[in-house]
Ligand binder design. Structure first.
Ligand code: G3H
Ligand code: ZN
Length: 283
């Protein structure tokens, strides 16, 4: 029942909207994102970082949980289960073998020739199993899962090589976005975005989607972004809501009651984000 990202992203590129990748951390997180997607009639990508995958008990547990939830929740919208920032062929293969319908291979730390070579190998395996592949050119800055790095803009010719040689389905071309919180207003390379989008004709992926003002999101979509990743913002709204619950109610001890406001916060944020990205009613 899971689908790859290919169709949903090509449609989004055509229709000038973006599909959100919402990173999940546990059962309730997954329920909340799926519930919002179904209510919004929006395609959705469930992002799972290697760290979050390990936290949930491994990719097999994640895949079984998502499949079962989709069945019991009667989810009818297109859902892709995507490994976020896969660090190796082995890690991508394990996710695909477990049932993930999409992977990102992040070789952005390597020089471009090595990045393309390693990505090719992942694409061959993924495509043979019907899964889609996202690769990164340049480097997204900031901190994710405790790993911090600086921004390195993607080179347009390298992006073109990645798309034509490795035959990827989606391209994360780093153009100034960062993981985690932005210091001040984000400074994104919109001109470079347009050039890379026109050149590669491939759905672009915006990492570091939390904390980007709405007008910049709109501009990024206009300039070729079809997938926007949101992780930090969901963690922040969840924690804020749970903290408020604990601060305002010192009698509560049932974990389901402690977590309930966190779920509601995720549903509200994902719903609003889908509306902003324009993916509502596009399923
Ligand atoms: O891969 C995940 C996203 O790029 C996370 O971005 O930290 O801005 O939510 P974020
Ligand atoms: Zn990312």
């Amino acid at each position: 029942r899971l689908v790859s990202m290919t169709d949903m992203l090509n449609k989004a590129l055509e229709g000038k909207y973006a599909v959100g990748q919402f990173n999940i951390n546990n059962l309730e997180w997954t329920q909340s994102v799926l519930e919002a997607a179904e209510a919004e009639k929006s395609p959705v990508i469930l992002g799972v970082s290697e760290g979050a995958g390990k936290y949930m008990g491994g990719v097999k547990v994640v895949s079984a949980m998502v499949e079962a939830l989709m069945e019991t929740m009667n989810i009818t919208v297109p859902v892709a289960l995507h490994l976020d920032h896969g660090s190796s062929f082995e890690s991508c293969k394990a996710a695909i073998d477990a049932g993930f319908s999409s992977v990102m291979i992040d070789n952005s730390a390597y020089v471009i020739d090595e990045n393309i070579e390693a990505t090719k190998k992942v694409v061959e395996y993924a495509h043979s199993k019907g899964a889609s592949v996202e690769a990164e050119v340049g480097t997204v800055g900031g901190t994710e899962d405790g790993v911090t790095g600086g921004v390195q803009y993607a080179d347009a010719q390298e992006c073109l090589r990645m798309v034509t040689e490795a035959k990827i389905d989606a391209l994360a071309a780093a153009l100034g976005s960062v993981h985690g919180d932005y210091e001040g207003e984000p400074v994104l390379g919109f001109d470079e975005m347009k050039i890379i989008s026109d050149l590669t004709k491939t759905p672009l992926v915006l990492h570091g989607g939390s904390g980007i003002p709405e007008f910049q999101i709109k501009k990024a979509i206009e300039n070729g972004h079809s997938k926007i990743n949101v992780n930090t913002e969901l963690q922040q709204v969840w924690t804020k809501a749970v903290r408020e619950k604990l601060n305002s109610d010192d009698k509560v001890y049932d974990p389901r009651k402690v977590i309930a406001p966190g779920k509601a916060a995720i549903i509200a944020t994902v719903t609003q984000t889908m509306q902003r990205f324009g993916s509502s009613n596009k399923a």
